[in-house]
Design a protein. Sequence first.
Lengths: 228, 248
Amino acid sequence: MDEAWIALRLTLKVAGVATVINMLLGVGIAYLFARKQFVGKNVGDAILTLPMVLPPTVLGYYLLVLLGKHGPIGYFLKKYFDINLIFTWQGAVIAASMVSFPLVFKAARAAFESLEPQYEQAARVLGVSDAAIFFRVTLPLAWRGILAGVLLSFARSAGEFGATLMVAGSIPGKTQTLSVAVYEAVQAGQDEMANFLVLLISVVCMTVLLVSGKLVPGRVASGVHDHG
Amino acid sequence: MKKISVSLLLNLLLPIQVFAADLTVSAAASLTNAFKEMAPIFEKQNPGTKVRLNFAASGPLLQQIIRGAPVDVFASADQETMTQAQQAGFVKADDQKIFASNTLVVIVPKGGKQNPTELSDLTKSQFQKIAIGLPAIVPVGRYTKSALEKQNLWTTLEPKMIGTQSVRQALDYVARGEVDAGFVYSTDAAITPNEVKKAFIVPTEMPILYPIAPIKGSQNDVIASKFIAFVGSTQGSEILKSYGFGKP
């Protein structure tokens, strides 16, 4: 069962890094969408949400074609930075974060948009800088809604399968995450291994749900009213 | 408008198309092109029959059958998987028929500079990644593993191996240049001659043979035997030959 623990560690690593990326990018971009008006906002929102809606195989194919040796991004990375993403855990991170990005983005945007504007306005009147307003007023008010999205994004990243299998392959100890390991165990008829793995995954997911229930009681972004 | 949506809904609920007999054939991934060409010819010769082809590595196909998938005919890329089906009680020993043979080859991306000529060349540093069907589920992976073990190269090469879910995935990775070499059947290498180059033939301990058999308890046993006979007929052999399969 060593394989299972290795797969678990790798899964947590991939999901953890993907979630951190999503948190930084998702919150930043969501703030932009919630506060600024610009051309193509709706199209931008649709494009950013697309990876969650697309079949994982479609996303996997896009990534394989774009990041592959002959793909526009893959070629550039290889030539100038000697970076190769296919068949690496970093490739799995990209697949996982693309799929789960919309969960953070949507939750954070909703949280920002539901804030009453008077707090930010009051701070502005008092001469507080924009950056300070964001970190000292907006973020503390919206954090619960954002956190709910972040935890869901972690769970979704940990469960990513289709795109990951296509981009990162199934290399034990390197790119074989729990969900891929389950698939392989079932394919090979190793029921004992499969049973153990699905139990392990169920426990991990249950833990995430319980933790998120503790941290984010009630509805998303209800934090607004606690302060209001 | 309402009428249209109601009829659309009804259409969705109806079965796609009803045939007298739906023959489900689970076949090894390497047979994809040959069987796809055979199916419509067989359907024409047997009006009212629809052949449903299901391709994957032989291992997963066996698991589907064991778990009760309604399969009528099973064509595997190795005797081992067929024997497992027999041991599990899903095919009879005397129903099995070998209908084709194949060879194991090493392929490299076309246009690349590497020209390996023997297995030991793969230990060189130019070969960072080598695609191989996962030995636990893909017959070509097992043939590869035993060939490498025989030359004491398996442990050296194992860290370079990129395991794939079927032989066709290994082919695809080489065709895209994502790996430096790959182990596939010569028939697979012939599918994408513009992207991959056959480097050399790998001698295997056992010949690579394809057995086919009807699944016990199939409701379409008559048409299943007919399909198996068709695969072994002159016409079937010609199609297999055109894709590079050898005689059994």
